[in-house]
Design a protein around this ligand. Structure first.
Ligand SMILES: Cc1cc2nc3c(=O)[nH]c(=O)nc-3n(C[C@H](O)[C@H](O)[C@H](O)COP(=O)(O)OP(=O)(O)OC[C@H]3O[C@@H](n4cnc5c(N)ncnc54)[C@H](O)[C@@H]3O)c2cc1C
Length: 512
């Protein structure tokens, strides 16, 4: 077998996963049905955790150079937006960047690591057995089989891999649709005027502006029906009283509220990620982001399995950790969609208008805003329910000596054991774990802000009294050891050696 993993689909999820697998030295083949890369802009926002993921791999610069940061994003189209600016992140903003650019940048990254999608080759079926999986492919020259250890369906909402792999996709079909249009020409003040009438409008860069419009007259039109320019302009006029000087549409599309979640993310040697695992209305712009985060969670675990060092249950933890996140996104998008849909129905307009006004007022309360912003930004994603609040959460990006940020230490995709007490030893795990001795004594303290980075003056509150932290390759915290106030030591689970065995498997000498 000269392929370890077949990734079906070179959308954002598949490209991200391919990069993660290649970084870990896994032989990966990406099969993509389309001949050419996607040109439609589609998703336009990379939320804070997604930008952090790029930072964790040292590739954020390319995204920041092409995108445009905005301080937050909307929730259910309510007038008071989610404010990301106050969140504890080196990237407390949403980055506006058309999906086509995100895909280009991820494809470049995968190519640098030696992976180029085989385009024009569609997965048509699969069979798995105890030793591997046979993936059926239709290419330009006919049908063929690829044998691999695993196959991951990153092949979108209609995933063939999911269906052929026996993974259910319960949920509901679309009952409500909205339209979007990207215009190259817009009148003066068009964005502001659209906003005043509840129409979402956002400049995409490249001189193009995105308008998103749910419309009472057209909201039951099936998503399969194309949007015409005349239809969109008529709806825009109904919503705002004018066409806002828009012209030269670059892309017109209709999208709906079909909502489904895979019943399991893994069935033996078959896994699903991204839209193949969850579909929902694109409320608050979360779909692409969740897909990237699935890929980041899965990549190192699958690599561990392929490389033979995965501790028992590690690969299954992909479902355990990511399925609840998918459920949460499905739930919050359903709630948001209902708030939009009912407003368009005359019989509900008044009560739902009152409900929206109430929610809008609540969003003005900082704690409420921070709670929802944490959820949509994915900064509050925490795996498991360990007693220590840091365990399972994302590692904050603190500066740990010599002006180095923790996020810079994870770039090669290994675990990082941050050792503030000087007693950790990672020699047997050096291929999987990087040991970083921060200082010989005392609690974590920031060395002060790095120019252009998020300052953490005086140390991060979540790290008070920390003696050691094991950071996973995806930037989440696996294990923590803290000084207790009484002078003792509190550890989540066994000591550092136990934590390394639990998460990074047996040390090399034992594996050998
Ligand atoms: C109008 C609209 C606006 C959106 N706005 C946002 C937003 O602002 N923010 C956000 O985060 N998300 C948004 N989304 C959602 C986002 O576009 C998707 O969640 C994202 O594209 C999912 O990425 P993916 O890689 O999982 O799947 P896809 O992008 O669907 O990629 C799947 C890939 O697999 C390929 N493929 C399919 N079948 C096969 C096969 N059998 N064999 C091989 N290849 C195959 C496809 O050609 C495709 O390239 C929006 C979606 C829509 C429709």
């Amino acid at each position: 077998m000269n392929v370890d993993v077949v990734v079906a689909g070179a959308g954002p999820t598949g490209l991200m996963l391919a990069g993660e697998l290649a970084l870990a030295g896994v032989r990966v083949l990406v099969l993509e049905r389309r001949e050419a890369s996607q040109r439609d802009s589609r998703a336009l926002s990379l939320h804070p955790r997604s930008v952090e993921l790029m930072d964790l791999r040292g590739i954020a610069e390319g995204f920041l150079a092409r995108g445009r940061p905005v301080p937050g994003w909307h929730f259910a189209g309510l007038p008071t937006g989610l404010n990301f600016a106050g969140l504890d992140s080196p990237h407390p903003y949403s980055l506006f960047l058309a999906q086509s650019h995100t895909e280009e940048l991820l494809a470049e990254r995968a190519a640098e690591l030696g992976v180029r999608p085989r385009r024009g080759h569609a997965v048509t079926g699969l069979r798995q057995d105890a030793d591997g999986v046979a993936v059926e492919v239709r290419g330009p020259d006919g049908d063929y089989l690829v044998r691999a250890g695993f196959v991951v369906g990153c092949d979108g909402g209609r995933s063939v891999v999911r269906q052929a792999g026996g993974i259910g996709f319960p949920g509901s079909d679309s009952t409500f649709s909205a339209m979007l249009a990207d215009f190259a020409v817009v009148g003066p003040e068009a964005v502001r005027r659209a906003g005043e009438h509840g129409v979402l409008a956002a400049p995409l860069g490249d001189g193009v502006t995105r308008f998103v419009l749910p419309d009472a007259e057209r909201m039951r039109v099936p998503v399969s029906e194309p949007v015409s320019e005349a239809e969109f302009l008529a709806a825009l006029r109904r919503a705002t009283g004018s066409t806002l000087g828009v012209a030269e549409p670059r892309w017109l599309s209709r999208f709906g509220n079909a909502t489904r979640l895979a019943d399991r993310y893994r069935n033996g040697r078959v896994l699903v990620a991204g839209d193949a695992a969850h579909i929902h209305f694109p409320a608050a712009g979360q779909g692409l982001n969740v897909g990237l985060q699935d890929a980041m969670n899965l990549g190192w675990k699958l690599a561990a399995e392929v490389k033979g060092w995965a501790p028992a249950g590690l690969l299954d933890s992909y479902h355990v950790e990511r399925h609840p996140v998918g459920q949460q996104v499905v739930d919050n998008t359903m709630a948001q969609t209902l708030l939009l849909e009912l407003m368009l129905m005359p019989e509900y307009r008044r009560p739902v208008g009152a409900l929206r006004a109430m929610l809008d007022e609540l969003l003005g309360i900082e704690e409420v805003n921070v709670r929802l912003a944490g959820r949509v930004s994915a900064l509050d994603t925490r795996y498991g329910a360990a007693a220590d609040p840091l365990v399972g959460a994302r590692m904050p990006d603190v500066v740990v000596g010599a002006g180095r940020r923790v996020y810079e230490l994870v770039r090669d995709g290994r675990f990082v054991l941050l050792d503030f007490a000087g007693d950790g030893e990672v020699a047997g795990w050096a291929d999987r774990v990087r040991g970083v001795r921060v200082r010989a004594d005392g609690p974590v303290r920031s060395e002060g802000p790095v120019p252009g980075e998020h300052p953490v003056p005086g140390g991060h509150p979540a790290l008070a009294g920390v003696r050691a932290v094991l950071v996973r390759p995806d930037g989440h915290v696996a294990w923590v050891s803290r000084e207790e106030t009484g002078g003792g030591r509190a550890e989540s689970g066994a000591g550092w050696e136990g934590a390394l065995r639990e998460w990074a498997g047996a040390p090399a000498a034992v594996v050998g």
